[in-house]
Write a protein that binds this ligand. Sequence first.
Ligand code: HDE
Length: 761
Amino acid sequence: QGPVKKIVDKVAELAEAALPDDSPEVPGAPAPRPPTLAEPVEPADPLPPKQDQEAPAVVSATGRTDGAEADARSQHGAYLTTAQGTRLHDSDHSLKAGPRGPVLLQDHHLREKITHFDHERIPERVVHARGAAAHGVFRAYGTATGICRAAFLAEDVETPVFVRFSTVLGSRGSADTVRDTRGFATKFYTTEGVFDLVGNNIPVFFVQDAIKFPDVVHAAKPHPDREIPQAQSAHDTFWDFVSLHTEATHHTLWNMSDRGIPRSYRTMEGFGVHTFRLVDAEGGTVLVKWHWKPKLGVHSLVWEEAQLIAGLDPDFHRRDLYDAIESGAFPEWELGVQVFPDNEEQVFEGIDLLDPTKIVPEELAPVQPVGLLTLNGNPTNFFAEVEQVAFHPGHLVPGIDVTDDPLLAGRLFSYLDTQITRLGGPNFAQIPINRTHAPVNDMLRDGFHQDAVHGGVAPYKPNSLDGGCPFFAGAGEHGYIEHPTPIAATGKVREAPVSFSDHFTQPRLFWSSMSPVEREHIIAAYTFELGKCYEQAVKERTLKVLANIDPYLCAQVAQGLGLPAPERSEHLADIAPSPALSQVGRTWPTAGRVVGLVAAPDADLAGLDTVRRAVLDADMVPLVVGPTGGALRVDGEEPVAVQRTFATARSLEFDAVLLAGVPAPGLDADGARDAKAGNPAAPAAPVDPRITLMLTEAWRHGKAVGGWGAAGQALEAAGIPADAPGVVLGDDGEDVLAGITTLLAAHRVWERFPAPPESSD
Ligand code: HDE
C-alpha cells in the first residue's frame, strides 16, 4: 500500500466517520449536523514538534549549550501563560472596574497580548515575497567528488535541506499562478557550514549587472501611483524597460513561454543561473552551472487555466506542495552540473560563461547528475520557517567558489543587507531555520535579537586571554580558502565585455527550440501582455525587439495588437535548436497526476470505486466529484466519499476528467433508454451544466477526458466529439483509465491546441 493511498484512504475514512449514521443517500435532504465537539476539560500537553524539524542547539566556543534552548519560545506545559510563564486564568475579558468598565491600565496581560499582536508583521521580501517551502534531504551520488571537495557531495552523504519556492513580483498575499519567474532556493545544512543554492526556474536573468536590479524591479513592480497591477508584468513600465534594455529579451521570452506559468513547484526545473567555480581536493578547478531536474518532468499550466486558478485557488502551488508531502508523495529533483574548463577566457563554444543572460545548451554540455533532493517534511510554522529563512548566494562551503559574473557580485552584497532590515538586525543566523548544523565559533557579538550567551572575554584575534582560541583552519581542517583566481585587470572602468552586447542570438535559440504549440503560447502571451499596455510607443518598440527574434513571432503579435510589423534591425544568424528546452514531445512519469472522477446522480458507483482504486494503484491521485458533499452510496457496496462537489470542483485542479457512466439525457448508465422516463421519446433532463463546464474547460486546456457507460453522451452535450484527440471512451472503466494514463504521460493532448506553421525565418 503506497503512502498516497494510505492518506487518501484516511481522508475517505474521516469523511465517512463524520457522517451521521442516518445520513441520507446522495442526493437528498441535507443530513443533520453532527454535534459540536465539546472543549476538552483536562489539561493536555501541546503537540510535539515534528522530529526532523527541531532546531540544532546553540553550541558555544567551549562546547557548552549556551543561553536559551532552541525551542524555548515554543509551547510547553498544559496551561496558558504570559510570556513570563505566569499561568493565566482568563484571556477573554480585559480587567475592568466592574463588568461595564472602564478597562484598567494595570491589565498587563491585555497590554502584552495586544502589543505583541501589534508587532507581528515584519517587512515582506522586496522581491520573492510570496513563497512556500519544505524540509528535505539531499543524498549525494558521489559523482562530483572528482571535481569538488565539498563534503556534502561525497557518495551517500545525506544532508538536511530547506527549500523555498517563490514568485518574484507579487506581495505576500498575491496569487501563485501568475506569469512570473519562480525562485528555487535551497539551504543545505552541511557538516562544513551552510551552502545556499539560490536559484530560479529560468536559467537567465533580465540584467547582466547587479547595478541594474533596482531598475528592472522598479519597472516590474506595480505602478508607484496606483499600486497596480499586482504580481504581473502585463503593464507599461515593465515593457517600457525591457524594450529599451534589450539584454532582458532572453529572460522575457522565457517568461512569455510556458515556463512562466508552472503546473506545480514539483514540476519546475531549477537553475543556479551564474557560473560557479568548483575546487577539487588537489586545488584543481572547473566552472559549472547548477541544474535541478524534477523527477516528475517539467510541466506548465496554460494561460487561461493560470488566470482562472489565480481567482479560484490563489494558493494552488502552495497547497499542491503541502498536500503532496503530507500524503507521502515526496517531490524529488536531481541536482546536476554542466562542467566547463576553467580557462582564462571563461568562454565555452563561443558562449561567455560570465554573462547571466546566456545558457549553454545541454546538447553542448550535458547535465551530469550529482545527487538527489527529496522534500519530505512540511514546515511546522510558516512564519518561523518560511518567512524567516534567509538565503544568501555567498553562503558557500569549501570546494564551491564564485566567478566574476557582475550580477553575482551584486547579489553577494544584497542578500545580507536586505536581511538586516527584514529580520530586524544582524543576528538572524541564530533564528532556528537559519542555524547551521556545524559548530559555530564566531566573534560576532551583541546586536538586536542576540540569543546566545557568549562565554569568554576575548572576542578578538589575536588574543592571549582566551588561550588564543579559536584557531584558524587550513584546507586540511575544512577551512574555506578562496581560490586564488588570477585577475587580468586593465584599469577601473564602468563597462561590460563586448560579448555582453549580443542580445538576440540566444532568444533566437530559445524560440527555434520550441515546438509549434509552444510558439503559439508565446505569441499569445506577448499579445496578451502588450494588449494590457496603454503606451503606443512601448508596444511599437517591443515589436522591433520581436522582429530581431523571429519575423513570424513579430508579425503574429503585431496582428494581435492591430499594428504593423516592423523590419528587423539585426542580422538573424542561423542557430542550432536545443531540443532539451522544449517541454513537448517527451513522456514523463504519471505518479502524482490528479484524476477527477465525476459522478452524476445514478452514475455507475461500483465502477467508479474500481477506477478510484486503480488510480491509487498507479500512484496517481483520484478526486471523487459528486453532486453534493457526503458519500456516494449504492446498495450492497462500500460508500465512496465525495472529495469535491459540483459546487467546489473545476477541472482546473485535475490533469484528466473521467465520467463514471454519467447518463446522458434519457439514458441510463448503460446507455439504454431509461425505462423510468416512461415515454422513450420524451425530452430528457439536461446534463448538469457544471459537468458540462468541467468538460469544456478540461477540453480547452488540452486535458484527457473520457468515461465509460453513457459518458460519451455527456461529452457530446459539451460539444466534444467522441473521436477527437485525447478522448477515451469504453465499456470498462479500467480500460478507459489505461488510455487516459497513456495520455497523461505526455502531460497534455498537444494536438488540441492550434499551432502556427513552422517559423518563417
Ligand atoms: Fe535575488 N534577491 N537578486 N535573484 N533572489 C532576493 O533577498 C538580488 C537574482 C533569488 O526564498 C532578496 O532575502 C539582486 C537572480 C531568490 O528567500 C534580495 C539580484 C536569482 C530569492 C535579492 C538578484 C535570484 C531572491 C530579496 C541581481 C537566481 C528568494 C529577499 C543582481 C539565480 C529567496 C532576500 C528566498 C531574493 C537580490 C537576482 C534568486 C533583495 C541584487 C539572478 C530565489 O537580496
